[in-house]
Design a protein around this ligand. Structure first.
Ligand code: SF4
Ligand code: SF4
Length: 410
């Protein structure tokens, strides 16, 4: 095993290969607070990539209701239990050991899935879900925890649920890739997208076993494993719709709730993000710090980030997103003028925004948030493409249209 640096854990860790770097990295931010679980993203993906025989149980994009739902069933509880069994009581963070660049969430003092495996018989701790666990992708939809007598309370609800949107994280240190005995899985240097070479794959399912997020799936009709391919023709700008410009994936562009923003970020040899202040993803993850990785303690350095749901009890969220949760929710609940503008970029364009500019607008209102006075300004955010050309322009205030006194149907 080699030693690599995992900035989400604030420390070095063991991994099968050196580095994990790409020149640019596919990344996304999902705002859990806005998802309505319409499953348009799931259907956009399925109707594009997994509609053929043998793919019936495959949902490369799925949206599950937490805390009870999961696709496959209980995937995260199962991995957390395996890790806890391997390192009882030791899966803890030291949030005090913080560095803004190299350890923004503190240091994880527990063991990753690579460190609880023996490295010989198994590269990463995991399991292969039985077929039955893939058959009910939206089990426990909208099922809340028990609401105690007396009703819900704020700011954390005592009875709660939320939707978790999931795709392959195109991890910097992919467990699927490390576990493959055929070296059939590779990570592309140009965009960090993780793919399975269908000619090399022999369907041993080591990737299915190793991926902690269970985003590599077995297809019985071809006896190979398949996974999300990040709609790479769109990201590569070879889709006819793109006019030569990198484009967001199907699940991102179809999102009805406007909860998704996808991009390509610049990274160094450790997968650490290079300073790129005006990139909207860099801003949300590294400047505003309102978007966090999913189960960073697994150690794969996932590249999909989540704005955590405000109403959910913090201990649950800290286990899921790490110790950055409290600061992220505070920053999202009381956003700065810049954050409010950047949040308008979600699903505003099908093309990938590489840079943004903000034009300041007039004050249009005042709010009281948690006892603090907040002023609202109608700023305009401008999204630029990979060549610096303008592709989108959105205002903080949503334009409204007044219906005329007389309808044209009368
Ligand atoms: S989420 Fe799973 S399938 Fe995707 S790159 Fe990471 S380890 Fe591999
Ligand atoms: S399309 Fe968007 S709002 Fe609808 S379920 Fe998917 S992520 Fe949620």
């Amino acid at each position: 095993m080699a030693k690599v640096y995992n900035w989400q854990l604030g420390r070095e860790m063991e991994y099968r290969f050196e580095g994990g770097a790409a020149k640019r990295q596919f990344a996304a931010v999902f705002n859990i607070n806005r998802c309505i679980a319409c499953q348009t993203c799931s259907m956009a993906c399925k109707s594009t990539w997994t509609f053929s025989p043998g793919q019936e149980l495959m949902w490369w994009n799925n949206v599950e209701t937490k805390p009870y739902g999961g696709y496959p069933n209980h995937w995260d509880v199962n991995i957390l239990e395996l890790q806890e069994k391997a390192n009882p009581g030791g899966q803890v963070w030291d949030p005090a050991t913080k560095d803004p660049k190299t350890a923004p969430y503190g240091r994880f003092d527990g063991k990753t899935i690579f460190e609880t495996a023996d490295g010989v018989n198994s590269i990463a701790t995991g399991y292969i879900p039985p077929e039955a666990d893939w058959k009910a992708p939206n089990i426990h939809e909208d099922t809340s925890t028990v609401v105690p007598a007396g009703g819900a309370s704020l700011p954390e609800h005592s009875g709660w649920f939320f939707y978790l949107q999931r795709i392959c994280n195109h991890c910097t240190y992919p467990a699927c890739l490390a576990a493959c005995p055929r070296n059939a899985i590779y990570k592309r240097e140009e965009d960090g997208i993780v793919l399975i070479d269908q000619n090399r794959c022999r369907g041993y399912r080591k990737c299915v076993e190793a991926c902690p997020y269970k985003k590599s799936m077995y297809r019985p009709s071809t006896r190979t494993s398949e996974k999300c391919i990040a709609c790479f023709p769109r990201v590569e700008a070879t889709d006819p719709l793109t006019a030569g410009l990198p484009m967001e994936t199907r699940c991102m562009t179809a999102c009805v709730g406007k909860i998704r923003l996808q991009g390509l970020v610049q990274v160094d040899a450790n997968g650490e993000w290079l300073e790129d202040r005006q990139n909207p993803l860099f801003y949300l993850v590294h400047v505003a710090k309102i978007a966090l990785p999913l189960y960073p303690q697994f150690g794969t350095q996932p590249n999909v980030y989540y704005i955590p749901p405000r109403w959910v009890p913090r201990p649950y969220l800290r286990q899921m997103f790490g110790p950055g949760v409290d600061d992220a929710i505070a920053a999202y609940t009381n956003p700065t003028r810049e954050t409010l503008a950047v949040l308008q970029l979600f699903r505003a364009s099908q093309r990938i925004v590489f840079e943004y500019r903000i034009e300041q607008g007039p004050k249009t209102g005042e709010l009281n948030v948690g006892g603090q006075k907040r002023e609202i300004f109608n700023d305009t955010i401008i999204g630029l493409d990979s060549n610096g050309g303008e592709i989108v322009r959105v205002t903080v205030d949503e334009p409204t249209a007044e219906r005329p006194g007389q309808l044209n149907s009368l």
